[in-house]
Write a protein that binds this ligand. Structure first.
Ligand code: ADP
Length: 476
């Protein structure tokens, strides 16, 4: 049964984790899709202001002379290499690109250009940006453009670190360049011989793109979290109910077993005694008849007691009490004196706090007697010590009187403590030696305590013993 519970638990947890994983993946995909689809509504303004700013120039204001100064002096040499040695031309072209990159990378006015664009376009939010060259071609005397840089067939001679998928990454702080954050692509060329054509792009997106996307899918996130929470809560509630039902049905079958055993013992004794009584020889022996009749009387009493206990405790939901003001020390002493007469094999001590000696409490004395007897019965029943010991203390704490019943018995597991006041509950671990009982003693105790509006708690350690603490508030 324990294994069954464990397997159910593991299967349920694995299923839940699988479901949670699927939800997280779906959520992540939604986020990714939204993130990639993100449309920045100020793209148009940025494109227009940028294009205006670099009219008659390239990439950044002032970049054209820099590029010119690197490329123009190389026309003749590049032309010669192109016609004589393609490999050398490719190497020279790569070198040229690296020089262009270095010159523009260090040019350093990209930040101020961006601020200028933001100012002119009245864009208040901060932007990530990047500038990229995706095309650089050169033309000699034959009107034919030759690639100095081709982003599709990237040159292995140009360091990979300065290239990205879109081309030569000149400068910026925007890492992922795509169609969504491409603001504008411009191409500049000239109709004359010995000239070059350049294509470049400006990329930008707001700092809070992530936050905006999260905002957009916040309902999906909340719904996912809520449904996961609801499933967890449902799972916990169902599991708890199921365990409770299981425990209840186990307790009921334990109860049936106990009751059968408890009822059978006196019943068998009565049947056997009755059979003996019918014996001719016995009938003639007055003493034997007397003895057997005593047995039948005692066992009938026991049966009546058992039936009464079952009927009374199993049917009550609230104990009817009649309180009277009473000195608890005296009452306890009386009950213990009577109990000691019945049980002579155990050491039952009472140590009353002098401060509590004169304390009066409102108590139903009849039920208090049964309560204390139940506690003493258990303290001795669930005790395998040779020298069984029960100590009862009283203690005064402000207006509260505490009655502690401490035994040196088998003690209880924390798990057990949670159930001992339940109707019919008996801890299987405590049943070695088959102690008599129906699992109703502490249920009765709980009814007694609740009817008085008192409190009872338990401290216990397996193998060491238990202490039941009865708290009586507002004691006079
Ligand atoms: P019963 O004694 O008929 O089994 P109770 O309601 O009196 O029923 O007690 C319920 C269970 O609590 C017991 O079966 C036992 O496992 C545990 N228990 C009660 N008192 C003690 C105690 N003093 N020490 C250890 N276990 C106890």
């Amino acid at each position: 049964m324990k294994y069954q519970v464990k397997i159910y638990g593991i299967v349920a947890i694995v299923c839940f984790l699988g479901l949670a994983l699927v939800q997280v993946i779906l959520l992540y995909n939604t986020y990714e899709r939204q993130y990639n689809r993100f449309y920045y509504d100020k793209k148009g303004t940025l494109a227009e202001v940028y294009a205006r700013t670099v009219t008659n120039d390239k990439i950044f204001p002032g970049a054209q002379p820099v590029i010119d100064s690197i490329i123009i002096p190389q026309y003749r040499q590049l032309e010669t290499l192109y016609t004589s040695d393609r490999k050398a031309f490719d190497a020279a072209a790569a070198q040229l690109m690296v020089r262009v990159y270095k010159a523009l990378h260090h040019y350093g006015n990209a930040d101020s250009l961006l601020n200028q664009i933001r100012e002119e376009g009245h864009i208040s939010e901060k932007l990530y940006y990047a500038f990229c060259i995706h095309r650089l071609q050169i033309k000699f005397s034959d009107h034919h453009y030759i690639n100095l840089y081709d982003p599709i067939n990237k040159s292995s001679l140009i360091p990979a670190g300065i290239q990205c998928e879109q081309g030569l990454y000149l400068t910026g702080n925007l890492r992922s360049l795509n169609e969504n954050n491409r603001i504008i692509t411009l191409s500049v060329s000239s109709a004359t011989d010995y000239s070059y054509a350049i294509g470049y792009s400006f990329y930008a997106e707001p700092y809070d793109r992530q936050a905006t996307v999260l905002q957009q899918i916040k309902f999906t996130i909340i719904l996912t979290l809520l449904s996961l929470l609801a499933i967890t809560a449902l799972f916990i509630v169902t599991m708890r109910n199921w365990l409770r039902q299981k425990l209840l049905s186990e307790m009921k079958s334990d109860f049936i077993n106990s009751i059968t055993h408890e009822f059978n013992t006196p019943l068998t004794a009565i049947i056997v005694a009755n059979k003996s009584l019918r014996n001719e020889k016995t009938l003639g022996n007055k003493e034997a008849v007397q003895g057997l009749s005593d047995i039948i009387g005692r066992q009938s009493d026991r049966l009546r007691q058992l039936i009464g206990q079952v009927l009374e405790v199993a049917t009550i939901n609230r104990l009817q009490i009649s309180r009277q003001r009473c000195n608890l020390h005296q009452l306890t002493t009386q009950v213990l004196d009577a109990y000691r007469l019945k049980v002579t094999t155990a050491d039952i001590q009472f140590s009353g706090d002098p401060d509590a000696a004169d304390i009066l409490v409102e108590v139903d004395t009849f039920h208090f007697t049964t309560f204390l007897q139940n506690m003493l019965d258990n303290a001795l029943k669930y005790n395998r010590q040779e020298h069984k010991q029960v100590t009862i203390h009283t203690m005064m704490q402000k207006n509260t009187l505490e009655l502690r019943i401490e035994d040196n018995g088998i003690g209880m597991h924390q798990r057990t403590i949670r159930h001992i006041f339940d109707k019919f509950y008996r801890d299987p671990a405590s049943q070695a030696g088959h102690p008599k009982g129906l699992g109703l003693g502490l249920y009765y105790v709980k009814q007694f305590v609740e009817a008085h509006k008192w409190k009872i708690t338990v401290e216990s350690e397996q193998g060491k013993g238990s202490t039941f603490i009865l708290t009586i508030p507002n004691s006079i």
